[in-house]
Design a protein around this ligand. Structure first.
Ligand code: FES
Length: 359
């Protein structure tokens, strides 16, 4: 997966995606249809190697300044600036909901009626390179400012989406995140336990442009609604593993789900040993689960899963899954059920984990 930053915002693209496809979606115009004949689809992208087409349409000094034409480029890990117009036809929204998924490094924000119409990914302003522990430390020291910062980013990005779709505010604002981020967002101290966030959302002012805030269930501090939302789409006999700095694995059993979280994970030799121990811990005797791998470090974990003789496949966490929460009460009930039957395993207190780790 590639990450291209366009006008300061990050967009993910499958390897080999033409940059043009992304820019058209965003509202950039390609006068000759992107066939490389007009030279008008100019972008500023210093890090992109000039191509023959660039040299055909642009002077040496323009190339030196970073100008390129866009239509012969492939999306990759680089940054660019371009001019977008509002001429793109955005679909008319039947209702207006904002869906948010907060990860350690990035936040996804989408606007939706029955399904997501558009989503953006922004950097999590709380992330300072020191993992989830750093985020907690900063919040302990400087709580109010961190809460304000997080709310401000959510509000700003939502308002930009409203502007594009001609809306003033959203009816519902659904947030999927782990307990730490929900505490920061709602301004609750980190050491408070067993909070029902939805019970405090009514009548509470979170400085968000919405009538109602809805928090997806989470288990404890580290297992969030974003990953629990994914479990709803899986059958029993599945382990889902989210391979980020905050590592989460959930095993979906018939009557009970078990979940493990490890924070500030490094996927070095020791970290991967811990991952192997978690897989063994969740894999009960006679249980041959299918493994769904998510996240930035999924490829590092792949070898372990293959080594255990398990079948697996890679996925991407989808904002549309939390969005489905708004689709109906039945789904809400199901997600709440997923929550209530998910038990958290503390690996530090688990003898089995330590036994597998030492193997
Ligand atoms: S759109 Fe004409 S050259 Fe790119």
């Amino acid at each position: 997966m590639k990450k291209v930053i366009i006008n300061g915002k990050e967009y993910k693209a499958e390897e080999g995606t033409p940059l043009k496809d992304i820019l058209i979606e965003l509202g950039m115009e390609f006068p000759c249809g992107g066939t490389g004949r007009c030279g008008k689809c100019r972008i500023k992208a210093k890090d992109v190697q000039p191509t023959e087409k660039d040299r055909k349409f642009l002077s040496d000094s323009a190339i030196e300044e970073g100008w390129r034409i866009a239509c012969d480029k492939i999306a990759d890990d680089y940054e660019l600036e371009c001019k977008l117009t509002d001429a793109v036809k955005r679909r008319e929204l039947g209702a207006c909901n904002i869906i948010v998924s907060i990860g350690v490094k990035e936040i996804k924000i989408g606007i939706a009626d029955d399904e997501i119409a558009e989503e953006v990914t922004v950097v999590n302003p709380l992330y300072d390179g020191n993992g989830i522990s750093g985020i907690c430390e900063n919040y302990d020291k400087n709580g109010k400012a961190q809460t304000k910062l997080l709310r401000a980013v959510l509000a700003k990005e939502s308002i930009e989406l409203f502007e594009k779709y001609g809306k003033a505010k959203s009816e519902t604002f659904a947030v999927a995140a782990n307990g730490i981020f929900l505490k920061i967002l709602t301004g609750i101290k980190l050491d408070e336990k067993d909070i029902d966030f939805n019970a405090i959302s009514d009548g509470h002012n979170f400085d968000l442009p919405t009538e109602e805030v809805y928090f997806l269930p989470c288990v404890g501090d580290y297992i969030g609604g974003d990953i629990l939302g994914e479990t709803v789409n899986c059958g029993d006999n599945t382990i889902i593993i989210d391979c980020e700095e905050l590592f989460v694995a959930v095993s979906i059993g018939k009557d009970n789900n078990e979940a493990v979280a490890m924070w500030d994970m490094s996927y070095d030799e020791v970290g991967l040993k811990a991952v192997r121990a978690v897989v063994k811990l969740l894999r009960k005797e006679g249980f041959t689960p299918f493994v769904r791998l998510y996240g930035e470090y999924a490829e590092k974990v792949e070898k372990i899963i293959a080594g255990e003789g398990l079948e697996y496949s890679f996925y991407e966490k989808k904002l549309s899954n939390p969005a489905k929460v708004l689709g109906g009460l039945r789904y809400r009930a199901k997600l709440n059920k997923e929550k209530s039957v998910t038990s958290e395993i503390n690996v530090l207190n688990s003898e089995e984990f330590h036994k597998y780790f030492a193997e």
